[in-house]
Design a protein around this ligand. Sequence first.
Ligand SMILES: Nc1ncnc2c1ncn2[C@@H]1O[C@H](COP(=O)(O)OP(=O)(O)OP(=O)(O)O)[C@@H](O)[C@H]1O
Ligand SMILES: [Mg+2]
Length: 301
Amino acid sequence: MRPPLAELARPAKIEHEPPVSQDTIVEITGLCQRFGRRARTVTALAGVDLTVRRGEIFGLLGRNGAGKTTLVKALLGLLRPTSGTVRVFGRAPGAAEARTDIGYSPEEPGFPRYLYPRQVLELCGALSSMSGAALAAAVERQLTSSELQAVAGRQARQLSKGMAQRLSLAQAFLHEPQLLILDEPTADLDPIGRRQVRDLIVAARERGATVLLNSHLLSEVERMCDRVAIIHGGRVMREGAIDELLAGDRELEDVFIEVVEGAGGGTGYGPARGWASGLPPAPPTELPPAPPTEHPPWLAP
Ligand SMILES: Nc1ncnc2c1ncn2[C@@H]1O[C@H](COP(=O)(O)OP(=O)(O)OP(=O)(O)O)[C@@H](O)[C@H]1O
Ligand SMILES: [Mg+2]
């Protein structure tokens, strides 16, 4: 039976996104991220709520495997959350227009191996809608400020670890994005490079940008960040303004250890043993006997 005309004339119900405050850049609610199936399921994020506000430098801390990179990937739309919602600038992550607003420096930059640094920057700039003279000028500026001019004649595969990280940061800052997502941005840098990147991040905040930063370098986080969240086993265990967390002259390292130990120590993704638990590391599990070695014919005994 056809629906009555009045029914057809009624406009379809539009699900409006809940309004997001102008001051909220990232809003994460109940984010769960699981990988694998059945017995092999890994719960990387187990219900994360987090807000990053405009113009702040937000530090995400946590032990190895805590879920920091997974959270960043969910923000960029590189992973589809198992459940929960993620909004970046009020939009679902991964939208094409978000590329111009976001600069991302991954934990492990994987540039096309045979491109030269200038070509990598030109490619990334084009993906962020830059072109012509503005792109050319920005590329030269970044090559100079990241001190990559000297290695401009080497392909990405020939760069040292620190040089590759510099290139990764150069492409993230290239288009002066409103939101910088930096996953361990100084892990491979020399001390001078670390200071340069700190200056770059603070300068970005001064021009009004927002920065989300994953780091294990607590002294750096203490110096730069306005707010931090400590995640453990895929959950936010502590979140707050850095000044509040460090009230009473506390060190961030002490706060971090207190939070991790309060959560049972360990890595958060397995038994609470190992360095952080005070318990000796778990004994090695017995391996099944190795299958008999099959010699290829040309190595037959
Ligand atoms: N594709 C994947 N498949 C299965 N498990 C994954 C996958 N990606 C991440 N994990 C698991 O999710 C958990 C969180 O990983 P994640 O990379 O987010 O940690 P992290 O906090 O960034 O750690 P690190 O400080 O070492 O970089 C880990 O247990 C990891 O092994
Ligand atoms: Mg990581």
